[in-house]
Write a protein that binds this ligand. Structure first.
Ligand code: NAP
Length: 296
């Protein structure tokens, strides 16, 4: 029986990851910083073996208590999905973002991931096939966001975007440290999903976004580690000498040629409309998304 912990799982993409992993037969630990919200969410999943774990990723005491409970109850952890995240700087540009906003974003999106991962690693090391999945974003990809043209060039939310870039970097660092162990560590970009984070503006459902995380959480032995996989299909890293493949690229990076081909439905096509979306997950138009080639 797989034991899986998902942080920030009382709603949105995290909740759908719980549902999908549970449907696959896992025992799912639904992390919620507010236990009452967690219980309400778990009550909506009568067919899932789900247990609520109070877990605020910014609280060392909360993380330690959750790890102690998991150890006492299950003895190990097979899957950790670092899903909890915030996006609170949508109204700012880099030149105007308050440092407190930057710090708060990093506390959850970066330091919280490190704290939870390190708190759970002793339990993950007891698993025969540990998996860590970090919920990233295309907005953390330097390849995508360094495109100067709109809409990518207009998306300039320093706190959220750089926090996801840092998340991609630490994904690689953990993967490198854990190479040679059964633990695989990968980053997943769920695509632009309609959740509370963006006022329901996403192009696809939270369930759609959950799939990529669930796939990385259930990778077979020998699967990739240190990769960045995007639901904004397909980021392909290609060297100058090899043909593009559909495999994952190193977390958030690109090779000499990167081809981005998204198959997401769109709600808005103009960069002005994308700027009007009330958060930082706006995506490029399908025309741009298909076959964007960038040379470095
Ligand atoms: N939606 C998208 O289009 C999109 C695109 C790319 C990446 N992502 C990433 O996907 C992940 C999930 O996003 P979402 O769209 O599902 O957002 P969401 O609906 O706003 O859900 C965020 C979840 O994180 C929890 N959370 C926030 N701070 C926390 C903390 N300190 N400790 C524990 N839990 C905390 C929230 O709990 P409360 O209910 O208590 O606030 C909530 O359960 C995030 O990492 C986000 O950056 C989302």
């Amino acid at each position: 029986m797989t034991i899986a912990l998902i942080t920030g799982a009382n709603k949105g993409i995290g909740f759908e990851i719980v549902r999908q992993l549970g449907a696959g037969g896992a025992t799912v630990l639904l992390g919620a910083r507010d236990a009452a919200r967690g219980k309400a969410a778990a009550a909506a999943l009568p067919d899932v073996d789900v247990h609520v774990v109070q877990l605020d990723v910014t609280s060392a005491a909360s993380i330690a208590a959750a790890a102690a409970w998991i150890e006492a109850t299950h003895g190990r952890l097979d899957v950790l999905v670092n899903n909890a995240g915030i996006a609170v700087d949508r109204e700012y540009r880099p030149s105007t973002v308050p440092l407190d906003t930057l710090r708060a974003t990093y506390e959850t999106n970066v330091f919280g991931v490190v704290a939870v991962t390190n708190g759970m690693l002793p339990l993950l090391r007891r698993s025969p096939a540990g998996r860590i999945v970090n919920l990233s974003s295309g907005l953390g990809s330097l390849t995508m966001t360094s495109q100067p043209d709109p809409p990518w060039g207009d998306l300039n939310h320093l706190a959220y975007m750089s926090s996801k870039t840092a998340l991609n970097a630490l994904t690689v660092q953990y993967a490198n440290e854990l190479r040679g162990t059964p633990i695989l560590v990968n980053a997943a970009d769920p695509g632009y999903c309609a959740t509370d984070m963006n006022g329901g503006q996403g192009f696809q459902s939270a369930a759609d976004g959950a799939r990529i995380a669930v796939r990385l959480a259930t990778l077979p032995a020998g699967g990739p580690s240190g990769s960045f996989e995007s639901a904004c299909r397909t980021i392909v890293r290609a060297s100058a000498t090899s043909a593009p493949s559909s495999g994952p690229s190193a977390a958030g990076s690109s090779g000499s040629t990167t081809k981005v081909a998204c198959r997401l439905r769109r709600r808005s096509s103009s960069s002005a409309a994308l700027r009007a979306i009330p958060n930082s997950h706006a995506r490029s138009s399908p025309r741009r998304r298909s076959n964007v080639r960038r040379r470095r």
